[in-house]
Design a binder for this molecule. Structure first.
Ligand code: SAH
Length: 459
């Protein structure tokens, strides 16, 4: 028998919101049934029109806010209501930070069964704007004109953009200059459907601590018409630019970069520092997007690692060795593992750049390499993990439990998998002491956390 839902399409209901979804919509319960409504904030009461119902949840549109949240603010960005880049500009920054802390705490309890853990207030930014050190803007054609901007909310079409308020101001401006030159020269924007056109993406990144800028023009074919003009306009107007690179992506796929990269002006890399460590960044290398908050997070990770200079540390999922090298300054030896071989090459080069000879890097899966190290006699005092959103592999968690390090520092970009994995570690004898949420991506729903777990010797 079909169950009747508390609401049906086109109903107008008055609801109170108590949560947010992962894409920043408000969540309200009507007789236990969840309604997702864009633009509503927790604590608000509003009339809502039901647009669509599914078995377990439905979607609605905000008609009128009856009781406004004191944390509601006017979003400063002109295209906020269309662009999918940010989700929380209508929420005061203090509200965002509180919400993120509460979310981490709830998830740790609900998924991890970890009640009573100390979850510190989210570490936010003094100035939660213009923080991104990299911008990757897809180019498209609209009514015969070249446009460039981010994808529309819940869609694959592009919203033309003049400014991005969360992007560093220098690179934001450079993207506009490149766009203007492309338009003035009549460069054909790439068209996904016909797989024709020239310019696919404009990418710019800046070393926030050095000021050095790299510009990447991603083209469909080898040819970049008006190459000299691009170089002239960029370098004459922006002395901070140290590198201009062309990347060729001839694939139909949605990935930004193709396999071939060539430097068309200046250096192959730009440099940036996190703390005292210097990194060389090439067009395709991964580098943390908000270096200021990265340092805040690493300082906390370092504190949780409790290093005295003697310890053997394993950094799983090490990328280009950012955490590994940061910790190597205070450790006996650091072993880093990462699945992408190019990132390991970067990590090794970065160790050399910083004259650190107490770090060993190996390419492979953490869940394969770490057990092999363990078999070969490597015994970590501290294990740091920083996995992708899906969290740690089970085999890796088991090896960590077998290896019995004194401390585990878990850096996470997804509280749900953090909670799941901490639960496994608890069952394996590691007690989670405290969790520090860090706001790496203000104005968005993302939240990073650092958790400290210690071997429970009373077991
Ligand atoms: N700690 C790094 C990168 C963290 S992002 C930094 O702060 O910069 C997570 C990393 O895990 C990515 O570089 C990804 O390539 C890597 N990765 C994904 N699955 C992996 C696996 N099974 N084993 C090892 N590394 C993996």
């Amino acid at each position: 028998m079909a169950e009747t839902l508390p609401v049906k399409k086109n109903d107008i209901v008055e609801v109170t919101f108590n949560d947010l979804t992962h894409d920043g919509s408000g969540v309200a319960k009507v007789g236990g049934y969840a309604l997702f409504v864009p633009d509503a904030l927790p604590g608000e009461t509003a009339s809502v029109k039901v647009l669509k119902t599914k078995k377990g949840y439905g979607y609605g549109r905000l008609l009128e806010i009856k009781e406004k949240s004191p944390k509601r603010v006017d979003p400063p960005c002109d295209i906020y209501d269309q662009c999918g880049g940010c989700q929380l500009q209508h929420f005061s920054y203090e509200g965002q930070l509180d919400y993120k802390r509460g979310y981490v705490r709830d998830v740790l309890e609900r998924i991890g069964g970890l009640s009573g853990i100390k979850v510190h207030p989210t570490l936010g930014m003094d100035e939660p704007w213009s923080y991104r050190n990299k911008v990757q803007v897809p180019v498209a054609e609209k009514n015969g004109e070249l446009i460039a901007g981010f994808y529309r909310k819940r869609s694959h079409s592009i919203v033309d953009m003049d400014h991005c308020l969360i992007t560093d101001k220098v690179i934001d401006e450079i993207v506009q200059t490149v766009k203007k030159v492309a338009k003035a020269c009549g460069i054909a924007p790439y068209n996904e459907e016909t797989h024709r056109g020239v310019l696919r993406h404009i990418v710019a990144r800046i070393g926030r601590n050095t000021g050095e800028v790299m510009v990447v023009l991603v083209t469909k074919g080898q040819d970049l018409p008006f190459r000299k003009r691009f170089i002239k306009e960029i370098t004459e107007n922006y002395p901070a630019v140290k590198s201009i690179v062309q990347n060729i992506n001839n694939k139909r796929a949605n990935t930004i970069f193709g396999a071939e990269t060539r430097t068309i002006w200046g250096r192959d890399v730009i440099y940036d520092n996190i703390g005292d460590i210097r990194f060389a960044i090439s067009a395709r290398s991964f580098f943390q997007v908000n270096p200021k908050q990265t340092q805040v997070m690493y300082d906390r990770a370092l504190e949780y690692a409790g290093l005295t200079g003697q310890e053997t540390v394993i950094d799983a999922y090490c990328g280009i060795g950012t955490i590994s090298l940061f910790l190597a300054q205070k450790a006996g030896h650091v072993y880093g593992v990462e699945i992408v071989p190019e990132a390991i090459e970067d990590a090794k080069a970065n160790a050399e750049l910083n004259n650190l000879d107490n770090a060993t890097f190996e390419a492979g899966k953490a869940e394969d390499i770490i057990p092999a190290w363990y078999d070969a006699g490597v015994k970590a005092d501290v294990i740091v993990v920083d996995p992708p959103r899906k969290g740690c592999d089970e085999a890796l968690l088991q090896t960590m439990i077998d290896m019995k390090p004194k401390r585990i520092v878990y850096v996470s970009c997804n509280p749900a998998t953090l909670a799941r994995d901490l639960k496994v570690l608890e069952a394996g004898g590691f007690k989670t002491i405290e969790v520090q949420p860090v706001d790496m991506f203000p104005q968005t729903m993302h939240v990073e956390s650092v958790a400290k777990s210690v071997l429970d010797v009373s077991n």
